[in-house]
Design a protein around this ligand. Structure first.
Ligand SMILES: Cc1ncc(C[n+]2csc(CCOP(=O)(O)OP(=O)(O)O)c2C)c(N)n1
Ligand SMILES: [Mg+2]
Length: 911
């Protein structure tokens, strides 16, 4: 409260509230009694004002006061509180651990983490980071000693998202715990070294028994943790957990990382869903890679405002214990003013400069403040801790967060980047990149943290681990035992599901009675799966606000939309069959318009076999253009985290989705998904192919326990669905099979590889080629160019490395060895999708595709424009044959005329 407000209080009440009351209430250190007194005072002021001045005049005065409050130097507004700890010193619980012992253990971990990075960089250039963990060691160690609960029989373990760049600290702890040995640490970032090494960052793909969650692509850890916490609730609501108590989800992130839209873009979900199982710890060391996060502002205040506005419980941990006394002794309110007015750039400077600088520039700004630190030497001033380095403050925050009900909590912990590195990089702008230390700096580090390493060997930076019967090791192990086991750890106990065999989809293997799209065929398949006893409960349909587009809205009623609140209103469409049906145990995750959030849900569900020991099967169906193009990094992460499940890119194809135009028409998801090593991309043309792929996918992922996931392109164009020819299953799965042979009575032979909806162009072209041009074209269905290419690459590598042994043939070569004539491919995708196999097609592959920006028009016009209609397919086939001198060029020219294709039409722009 500002001085004017205070005067107002005096004027009306003569209540002599002391300055201390006012200060205390701003600082959040008031006792409950003081707070009550103030509340009562204000209440009686109001009553008096109303009585003596009347409502109108009172309102005017209040208005004036509110204006003064807003104009005050740093008022405690609705969104932020003063720049002090949220938990007052006198409300802090006693620290339950042995602080001295814990400090010794932490110091050893600090040393090993530093040595690991410095060693790795003494003879390689593999990189690494010291400064991030140096700033967050206390944040992790308090949690390791008192909060993180390990995995056990009926408890999945707390789920912890470690800040990627702090990974050396996690390895150093695992070393102390005896989970890693020196050779692992020696091979930090040298995973291909003999005996194996440690991955640079948290990568479950590379260290599947250790890391659970990849976090190093900034922003992805935070958003995944949100959806993981929500998914845990979903799983529980559906009766699919057997935990004895609910796990907590902890996410540690950097303050710089908070600038990623993914970090903050979904935080309202946490409040909406009341996710009190979620705790975020933002390591506010005020720096990112290049420099300060908010040199001219205060990141902690900015984040506080944001999170409070979003409905989170915010706990600020700014000052260490030594500050409590100083803050308490300031009766003027000036210290608080000074803390508020300094920007982060100033606070960074106070770390780098000696204590005398802080005395002069921080306290000295208001001479009254100097008295508060008269009793301290400059050295003592420079050692005044920030809250994030004080175990008592951190413990208080964690405990409050763990016990908080109804909201997620964010802890904003102020720390020093490169804490303890001294001259080598404490609080400097270069700190993030620091990975080398000279002998003098090593000695200083050793001294500061009291590491028992002698002078003669310090230059070798030996790792230090106390003996197993030492008090340190015993304490550390006892703490982890009490908390149920080590963290992080990734435990997979394979659970085999009773998945449906292909005959479960018998109807889809027969010829369809009506023309439908593959999207509609998928809808039918999903309903069949929902009726399968073995897996129906494991299915997790995920939809980002597109169920109606894909004809899946009847599922709303059938299986319900998950909502932790149920349905508090009567839906407007209650009287129709597919009404919007939200239920507490609903099966559908209707995410709204967030592809990043939906992918995070896909990942949470696709990894539940590991996180919960309960395999769930996500089917995430979305507008294909907003898949890897929009959130490609999460696709990549799905591979790293070993997610399983099915991604369905509906409304696929640059010309099949016609009216929507440039931003919607996707012709490259099949290429982008091909880049993810554990993703199997498929481009099915018919319902039966879909059934074969999904049935086999279920077997591979949930019976064979392969840690892979599927991407299927789905189209919205209706066309006939033929019966499955005999013996094609293997070909469908491998990526190519002959669907319909051309007539036998023609001499000239060609082969058209079709996929997806554009298979229809291939089939029509087959007829025209036979009828008009005497060409027998076999039509093949190319279901997955990526899988064919992967097979070819594997064989090519083997052949290269075994040059004297008989060469092996890949699937494409084997399949096409005896085929004559020209080969062409056609799809609703850019040519590179099919070109993936071109090197192994006998005599080369002539590819047609939809390169260029899409636009709105009818399908026929778009297909003519891009050159993927039946007519262009005929021309392309004849041209490929002419190139091989199997038909005359005149025939091609004639076909262009016959088929009414304008050779001079403007082509799609390519630069
Ligand atoms: C998406 C993404 N962009 C950039 C980077 C490169 N990068 C790694 S760490 C870092 C700075 C991190 O700063 P902060 O989040 O504050 O963490 P700190 O190390 O300070 O704790 C940057 C830019 C990255 N890992 N991911
Ligand atoms: Mg930072």
């Amino acid at each position: 409260m500002c001085g004017h407000c205070f005067a107002f209080v005096i004027e009306f009440t003569q209540v002599k509230a002391s300055k201390k009351d006012i200060y205390d209430s701003r600082a959040g250190v008031s006792t409950a009694a003081n707070g009550d007194k103030l509340d009562e005072s204000l209440q009686s002021v109001l009553e008096l004002a109303l009585k003596s001045r009347g409502p109108e005049r009172t309102a005017q005065l209040l208005e004036k006061l509110a204006g003064q409050l807003r104009a005050a130097p740093r008022p405690a507004s609705g969104s932020t509180t003063p720049y002090v700890n949220t938990i007052p010193a006198d409300e802090q619980p006693a620290y339950p651990g042995d602080r001295d012992l814990e400090r010794r253990i932490k110091s050893m971990i600090r040393w090993n983490a530093m040595a690991m990075v410095v060693k790795a960089n003494s003879n390689t250039n593999v990189g690494g980071h010291i400064a991030s963990f140096a700033s967050s060691a206390t944040l992790y160690e308090v949690a390791q000693n008192h909060f993180f609960r390990g995995h056990s029989e009926n408890f999945p373990g707390d789920m912890v998202y470690f800040q990627g760049h702090a990974a050396p600290g996690m390895y150093a702890r695992a070393f102390m715990e005896g989970r890693l040995d020196e050779s692992h640490l020696q091979n930090f970032r040298q995973e291909l070294a003999g005996g194996g090494g440690l991955s640079s960052y948290p990568h479950p793909y590379l260290m599947p028994d250790f890391w659970q969650f990849p976090t190093v692509s900034m922003g992805l850890g935070p958003i995944m943790s949100l959806y993981q916490a929500r998914f845990n609730r979903y799983l529980h609501a559906r009766g699919l957990t057997n935990w004895k108590e609910e796990p907590k989800v902890w996410a540690f992130l950097g303050d710089g990382e908070s600038d990623e839209p993914e970090s903050l873009g979904a935080i309202t979900l946490g409040a909406r869903e009341g996710l009190d199982n979620l705790i975020w710890v933002v390591n506010c060391n005020l720096q990112r890679l290049d420099g300060p996060v908010r040199g001219n502002g205060k990141i902690i205040q900015e984040l506080e405002g944001l999170f409070r506005g979003a409905g989170w419980n915010v706990i600020k941990v700014i000052w260490g214990t030594e500050w409590d006394e100083i803050i308490k002794r300031d009766k003027s309110g000036l210290l608080l003013k000074r803390m508020d007015e300094c920007v982060d750039g100033d606070y960074q400077k106070y770390i780098v400069e000696p204590g005398s600088y802080t005395r002069k520039h921080f306290f000295g700004k208001y001479p009254e403040l100097l008295a508060l630190v008269n009793h301290l030497t400059d050295a003592q001033i420079s050692k005044l801790l920030r809250g994030g380095h004080d175990v008592r403050k951190v413990y208080a925050a964690y405990r409050a967060a763990s016990e908080h009900k109804g909201q997620p909590t964010v802890i904003l912990a102020k720390t020093v980047k490169g804490y303890g590195l001294g001259e080598a990089g404490e609080g400097k702008n270069i700190s993030h990149q620091q990975k080398k230390m000279n002998e003098k700096e090593l000695r200083e580090f050793r001294k500061r943290f009291n590491i028992p390493i002698s002078d003669d060997i310090i230059a070798d930076m030996p790792f230090f681990r106390p003996p197993t019967d030492s008090v340190e090791t015993k304490y550390l192990m006892e703490r982890r035992q009490a908390l149920g086991g080590f963290v992080p750890v990734r435990v997979v106990k394979p659970v085999t599901l009773d998945v449906p065999k292909l005959d479960h989809f018998a109807d889809m293997l027969k010829a369809g009675k009506t023309e439908i799209s593959t999207t509609t065929a998928f809808g039918g398949l999903l309903r069949l799966l929902l009726r399968h006893k073995g897996i129906s409960k494991n299915l997790v349909p995920i939809i980002p606000d597109e169920a109606r587009t894909f004809g899946l809205d009847t599922l709303f009623r059938e299986i319900g939309i998950y909502s932790s609140k149920g349905q508090l209103y009567e839906p407007v469409d209650r009287n129709i069959l597919s009404f919007y049906n939200e239920t507490k145990d609903g099966q559908i995750l209707e995410e709204g318009i967030t592809e990043a959030g939906s992918m995070a849900s896909f990942i949470a569900s696709g990894t539940s076999y590991a996180t919960h020991g309960m395999p769930t099967i996500p089917f995430y169906i979305y507008y294909s253009m907003f898949g890897p193009q929009r959130v490609g990094d999460l696709f990549w992460l799905a591979g790293d985290i070993r997610a399983k499940g099915f991604l369905l890119g509906a409304t696929s194809g640059r010309t099949s989705l016609n009216g929507e135009g440039l931003q919607h028409q996707d012709g490259h998801s099949l290429l982008l998904t091909s880049t993810v090593p554990t993703c199997l991309p498929y481009d099915p043309a018919f319902g039966f192919e879909l059934a074969v792929i999904i049935a086999d996918g279920l077997r591979r992922m949930y019976v064979e326990h392969e840690e892979v996931f599927y991407y299927l392109a789905l189209y919205n164009e209706n066309h006939p669905m033929p019966a499955m020819p005999a013996g094609v299953e293997d070909g469908i799965l491998k990526g190519l099979y002959k669907f319909k042979a051309g007539p036998d009575d023609k001499k000239i032979k060609a082969h058209i590889f079709g996929s997806g909806a554009i298979m229809q162009s291939a089939l029509k072209a087959q007829e025209v080629l036979a009828e008009k041009y005497g060409v027998s074209a076999d039509v093949w269905s190319a279901t997955s160019y990526k899988l064919l290419r992967s097979d070819a690459i594997r064989i090519q590598r083997w052949n290269m490395l075994h040059p004297t042994l008989p060469a092996k043939k890949n699937h494409v070569e084997t399949l096409l060895a005896k085929e004559q004539g020209a080969f062409i491919s056609i799809s609703d995708n850019i040519r590179m999708v099919a070109d993936q196999i071109a090197p192994w097609v006998p005599g080369g592959l002539f590819t047609l595709g939809t390169d260029g920006f899409g636009r709105s028009d009818t399908r026929p016009r778009l297909r003519r424009f891009f050159g993927v209609d039946a007519e262009t397919t005929v021309i392309g086939t004849l041209y490929a044959l002419a190139e091989k001198k199997l038909v005359d060029r005149e025939v091609v020219a004639q076909a262009i005329k016959d088929l009414g294709v304008d050779p001079e039409m403007t082509p799609p722009q390519l630069v």
